[in-house]
Design a protein around this ligand. Structure first.
Ligand code: UGA
Length: 437
């Protein structure tokens, strides 16, 4: 099929490559000239394992072409995916829908009446209906619009796109849903379940899923607060409750909490939309989810202060600044937040990250960049593991001990081998655990 993908950020770039891999003829649209040039050269403007190679393959196969704005190539397409961002509106909980509405409006003037437009962006429930009205006014006919939320995770984006747990299609007409099923036929043939539903429900599925995941993480972090006050151990607790099939062990890792460009803004946007609908109270608990999450960052800052007396002029090494491993995304990163706050309290903060230092370029000059682990550890008064890159999990505890006078480490993600670090003479503090020596 001939497919266009509007917006080549995380979601769009992955989706465009995935569609080409399925054998479709894909035109990607990215108005940002720098991003477009980089993509055309086969380089992603962000780090995502395996996606660079797949992008290069699809560009050279001729199945993927990239343009800066909708034109005749777009008019020739049968299906158009809108993949632009919906960030949090500054100074508000609400999602900013400017990009979705602008992309839809621009696309509308290039549409054939028989083509189907598909929204993939995460939007407040009710957005698709508004978009359909606006696009139909511009196009001069009833635009066929469907919704198809995406559940990919950074770090495993392409795998998640090609082997999702489920495909969700929100449609006003069975014909539109059928067209979309044709797009995904190879995945359906592989047994991926496909749920066709009304459009409002499909919009809700995405924010409900992210809200549930955020709630699960904050639940275990709330348990960590109780464990810290009572001498219990959250990691053992999670192991025990997670073995109950009804609870499940995934997303029960306590630590510095969730960040990134999705979970935090999605729960806030959801609360704002529920208030607009007059049912704010129904999901007001998400406010607590947000607050528990942010308190974990406070906890690490407080621990640093308590352990060091004052952090002023102390050297603190933060290992990992991306919001999760295998990503260089710094949006709402818990580790970066802690690093900035400690620097704000007068600490001399060094940051190390296998991939994200480039993304930090030109920003936060108060943070020193450690080019390698040895430079980072040298004379550090405190080490904080902020993001659980495998490189950090593999650190041999004896390796850098001689470089520091004060062997003190806070494991913000509960991934270090406590006994090994302690045996190597380190004082290790693990969030929500009673393992401190
Ligand atoms: C999340 C969802 O998992 C995806 O399904 C969704 O498609 C995506 O948002 C989106 O809306 O686009 P992502 O933000 O890439 O994906 O990352 P997650 O793997 O969900 O992790 C989010 C945060 O939670 C990270 O900061 C991670 O460190 C933290 N986390 C995760 C925990 O603190 N504990 C856990 O047990 C799991």
């Amino acid at each position: 099929m001939r497919i266009s993908v509007i917006g080549l950020g995380y979601l769009g770039a992955t989706h465009a490559v995935a569609m080409a891999k399925l054998g479709h003829q894909v035109v990607g649209v990215e108005p940002d000239s720098k991003k477009l040039a980089s993509l055309k050269a086969g380089n992603l403007p962000f780090y995502e394992p395996g996606l660079d190679e797949a992008l290069q393959q699809e560009l050279s196969s001729g199945r993927l072409t990239l343009v800066s704005s909708p034109g005749p190539e777009i008019a020739a397409c049968d299906i158009h995916f809108i993949c632009v961002g919906t960030p949090q509106l500054a100074g508000s909980d609400e999602a900013d829908l400017t990009y979705v509405m602008a992309a839809g409006t621009e696309l509308a003037s290039h549409l054939r009446p028989d083509s189907v437009v598909v929204g993939k962006s995460t939007v407040p429930v009710g957005t698709a209906a508004k978009l359909r009205t606006t696009m139909s006014e511009v196009a001069g006919f009833d635009v066929r619009l469907a919704w198809n939320p995406e559940f990919l995770r950074e770090g495993t984006a392409l795998e998640d796109s090609l082997a999702p747990d489920r495909i969700v299609i929100g449609a006003w007409s069975q014909d539109d849903a059928k067209e979309l099923r044709r797009v995904y036929q190879p995945l359906l043939d592989n047994g991926v379940p496909c749920l066709v539903m009304d459009v409002a429900t499909s919009e809700l599925v995405k924010v409900a899923a992210n809200s549930f995941l955020a709630t699960k993480i904050s639940f275990i972090n709330a348990m960590a607060e109780v464990a810290e006050a009572s001498g219990a151990d959250t990691v053992r607790l999670a192991e025990a409750i997670g073995m109950d099939d009804r609870i499940g062990s995934k997303f029960l890792r306590n630590g510095l909490g969730f960040g990134g460009g999705c979970l935090p803004k999605d729960i806030r946007g959801f609360m704002a939309r529920a208030r607009e609908l007059g049912v704010g109270e129904s999901i007001e608990f998400l406010r607590q989810v947000d607050q528990v999450n942010l308190r974990r960052r406070d906890r690490v800052v407080e621990l640093a202060q308590t352990e060091l007396g004052s952090v002023e002029h102390k050297i603190v090494l933060v290992l990992g600044i991306s919001f999760k491993p295998d990503s260089d995304d710094l949006r709402d990163s818990p580790a970066l937040d802690v690093a900035k706050r400690l620097a704000g309290l007068g600490a001399q903060v060094r940051v190390h990250d296998p991939e994200a230092l480039e993304a930090l370029e030109g920003r936060h000059p108060q943070l020193e960049r450690a080019d390698d682990l040895e430079a980072g550890f040298r004379n550090a008064d405190l080490v904080i593991l902020g993001t659980e890159w495998s490189e950090y999990k593999a650190i041999e505890p004896k390796a850098f001990g001689d470089l520091v006078a004060n062997k003190l480490i806070i494991d913000g993600r509960n991934v270090l081998d406590v006994a090994a670090w302690q045996a190597a003479g380190w004082r290790l503090i693990a969030l929500g655990r009673n393992v401190h020596n």
